[in-house]
Design a protein around this ligand. Structure first.
Ligand code: GLN
Ligand code: ZN
Length: 778
């Protein structure tokens, strides 16, 4: 029988129910049983939705209290030593099972019982904005089946009467995503020890009567070293079993040179992401053994546009003609990357509702495509295709989506538009204007978003307070922040961003071409969700977006006030992009809007402007062959946004991820006058690449981690700065925290910044002394 299924469903809940109970549990406000009850209700609801849509299986194992990779670590018992005492202690529940509180301790660095230990590192899941917890493996790593959670959830679904397909992260992908700690060894060396646990998992699932297990190996869409390719063969040979069918899944890109390998693995089925692999599916069919099923991921799990059912039905029909009942229809990947249910959107313009599909709507699309494959002429199929086509036509026809002025501006761009004078010249002019002391101090933009700030913003949005009352309240917060910075003795000030809910949404709301959801939440990590705006049409800026705030803040101080903007690449990466214009063209449109804002800030007397690009590295395609093209347009978009101003206007950028090794040339090509980066957690290791590359412009390496409420001492920061001075000459070194301070509280922020200023002053004095000594000895 031809099957329809999805690779996973969002677990957070349409109303973010999971977030609410998680945070209440962490705060000690509810009992564990209540947390578990909500989780169970969510799973039951999501499974029912899959069944009601007509899918053949419910997917079990996609639920996670915090993160699916963390779940995999628990499953195979990869618990780093510093958490093991907790796991084994009274809190561990007295059995070998990794307890929920241990998971939270690993994820958050603290648990309800008061234990703490440095949290596991978090990093981005492939090219998504979802963050997973990096498994930490050691040379003597042992693996044992250490969590029953997956099996419990299988039983739970079975008790509800569902046919179950279980899902686990594959052994190769698990190892690839992990980090090797201590000692000289390859992660791949651990495969032999890991596989028996996987075999056990498969057996236990089979014993529960599960017939299919989805084994996720998305690394098959990466350029894999030969050793890893070879490991796939041996691993899946060894996992072969007659007791359960393995559906090996790959997504987020084409198989490319892994195609032959993936098609030949001894598994019962293969899933591929058709939305991102062109017509590779035909070649996969050519290579597929007679006994295997092929699951085609036709429905886009990464974007919110309603599927073009007519076109996809064509693929389904052709594949069905070749594969018959061996064809399965699916979502391209897990639906965890899209919001839950469009029916909760009440404020979107009516005409746009028909253009969109969230997770729940995508279930229906999967089901209809399955039907379309075998019964293309059935009335249901014809009606669904006609309705999808009219939605597409309505989107194409919407006049507001087109802005010829922007199109012409982009078409007329020349190299000169993204060129500034040479850095050395700019630096001289900027210093003449700004007169900054050596090692200038600054912050990254946001100050604590207090309850009062959030309440005022919410009241304004709900119409409970007037525009002028709102602005009055926000101005008071700005004034307070400026005063604090003056008192601390910082050199380049910021207004504190109280008026911003989110660094992308804030700009999107003021730009033309965007749509906004009310409940379009997508999990970013743990309990944190974001609501990505939707880029639906040409982007333009009808009016200044930040100028009055910056101007007001500048009026309160004689120190330079830094204007604060989000960069074009980040706005693009953290939105749902339109699917009818190339990413680079969307980026250029946004860049022009930001450029206009930069120019207006300058005209309003703002001399320092920061254009944040924390997502700059994240937009990088997974395949090396596509990366050069990305860098070209991404760098160009940033430069375009920054190059409309005079040489004496200082442009900053900020990035906060920890690997510049593969993009230092591109960072240099952005040519920002100052780049501030997150470095404190890696103890300045990061700077090495800047010094090896002889990065030419100024750098502000973060001197303290903003993710923790701990107040670091001046000593520690001074130490980091001395370290930094080995790599970066003093004239080009800035002093700042790792990132914005909006998640912190004022007392700790004031204390930490005071220490930062103190550390800087001590070093300045030392530098001055050294300079004098040099003059005297000359
Ligand atoms: N300016 C932003 C802030 O300070 C930057 C945030 C970020 O890098 N993610 O909040
Ligand atoms: Zn940051």
């Amino acid at each position: 029988m031809m099957h329809a299924h999805i690779l996973g469903f969002p677990r957070i809940g349409a109303a973010r129910e999971l977030k609410v109970v998680l945070e209440a549990y962490w705060a000690g406000k509810i009992e564990r049983s209540e947390l578990e009850r909500t989780a169970r209700d969510l799973r039951a609801r999501h499974w029912a939705q899959q069944r009601d849509a007509g899918l053949d299986f419910v997917t079990v194992g996609d639920f996670a209290y915090y993160d699916q990779v963390l779940n995999a670590s628990a499953l195979v018992g990869a618990i780093p030593a510093r958490f093991r005492a907790h796991a084994a202690g009274d809190h561990g529940g007295g059995n070998a099972d990794v307890d929920l509180d241990t998971l939270f301790l690993m994820a958050r660095g603290r648990s309800r019982c008061g234990c703490d230990a440095p949290a596991a590192e978090m990093t981005k899941w492939f090219d998504t904005n979802y963050h997973y917890l990096v498994p930490e493996l050691t040379a003597d790593q042992q693996f044992t089946l250490s969590s029953q959670r997956l099996f419990d959830e299988v039983r739970e679904a079975q008790a509800l009467g569902h046919a179950v397909k279980a899902v686990v992260i594959g052994p190769l992908t698990y190892l690839w995503l992990s980090k090797a700690y201590g000692g000289d060894f390859e992660r791949l060396d651990l495969l032999d020890r890991l596989l028996p646990v996987y075999a056990q998992v498969l057996q236990q699932l089979a014993d529960l009567g599960v017939t299919w297990v989805q084994v996720d190996e998305p690394i098959l869409s990466l350029d894999l070293p030969a050793a890893w390719q070879a490991a796939f063969e041996s691993a899946y040979n060894r996992l072969q079993t007659r007791s359960i069918n393995v559906l090996l899944t790959t997504y987020f890109g084409p198989l490319a040179d892994n195609l032959w390998l993936a098609s030949r693995l001894p598994v019962a089925g293969l899933h591929i992401d058709v939305t991102r692999s062109g017509d590779e599916w035909r070649r996969v069919i050519d290579n597929l053994s007679e006994y295997k099923v092929l699951s085609l991921g036709l429905v886009d799990a990464r974007n919110i546009w309603r599927a073009d059912l007519g076109r996809l039905a064509g693929i389904a029909r052709e594949a069905h003609a070749r594969l018959g009942e061996r064809l399965w229809i699916a979502s391209s990947a897990s639906l965890q990357h899209v919001p839950v249910d469009l029916r909760n959107e009440t404020t979107l313009p009516a005409e746009t509702l028909s253009w969109l599909a969230f997770a729940v709507q995508k279930l229906d699309e999967v089901q209809i495509l399955r039907l379309a494959a075998s019964e293309p002429d059935s009335p249901v199929v014809c009606a669904a295709i006609a309705s999808a086509e009219s939605a597409l036509a309505s989107r194409r026809a919407a006049a507001w989506r087109r802005n010829d002025g922007v199109r012409q501006r982009v078409a007329a761009l020349t190299a000169a538009d993204s060129l500034r004078a040479p850095y050395a010249e700019r630096a001289r002019q900027q210093q003449a204007l700004l007169q900054l002391p050596p090692l200038p101090t600054t912050t990254i933009g946001s100050f604590p978003q207090t309850t009062e700030i959030r309440q005022a913003r919410a009241a304004f949005k709900a119409g409970r307070i007037s525009q002028s009352e709102y602005e009055h309240a926000m101005r008071a917060f700005v004034a307070e922040s400026v005063q604090v910075q003056e008192d601390l003795g910082l050199d380049v000030l910021v207004h504190g961003e109280p008026e911003r809910n989110d660094m992308v949404e804030y700009f999107g709301e003021q730009l033309e071409g965007f749509l906004f959801t009310r409940n379009g939440w997508v999990q970013s990590y743990g309990s944190r969700c974001v609501k990505p705006p939707i880029i639906a049409g040409d982007v333009s800026r009808p009016a200044p977006m930040t100028v009055s705030w910056a101007q007001f803040a500048q009026s309160l101080t004689r120190k330079p006030m830094k204007g604060m903007l989000t960069g074009p690449v980040t706005i693009l990466c953290w939105s749902f992009p339109r699917d009818d214009l190339a990413r680079e063209d969307i980026a250029a449109q946004i860049a022009l809007a930001i450029r206009d804002e930069v120019v207006d800030l300058e005209a309003a007397g703002i001399q320092v402007i920061q254009i944040d690009e924390p997502a700059f590295r994240e937009g990088l395609p997974l395949r090396k062959s596509e990366q050069a093209a990305y860098w070209l347009w991404a760098v160009e978009a940033f430069r375009l946004s920054a190059s409309g101003v005079r040489s004496e206007t200082q442009i900053h950028t900020h990035m906060c991820y920890s690997d510049f090794n593969d993009c230092i040339r591109q960072i240099a090509a952005m040519d920002a006058d100052v780049i501030t980066i997150e470095t404190a957690r890696s103890a300045m290791e990061l700077l090495q690449v800047f010094s090896e590359f002889s990065y030419p412009n100024a750098i502000g390496p973060g001197v303290y981690d903003i993710h923790s409420p701990r107040v670091p001492g001046a000593d520690a920061m001074q130490h980091l700065l001395v370290e930094a001075l080995h790599q970066i000459p003093a004239e080009r070194l800035w002093v700042n925290p790792d990132c914005g301070l909006k998640t912190r509280g004022w007392p700790e922020v004031k204390a930490a910044l005071a220490e930062m200023v103190r550390a800087t002053r001590i070093l300045r004095a030392e530098l001055a002394e050294k300079a004098t000594a040099e003059v005297l000895s000359a």
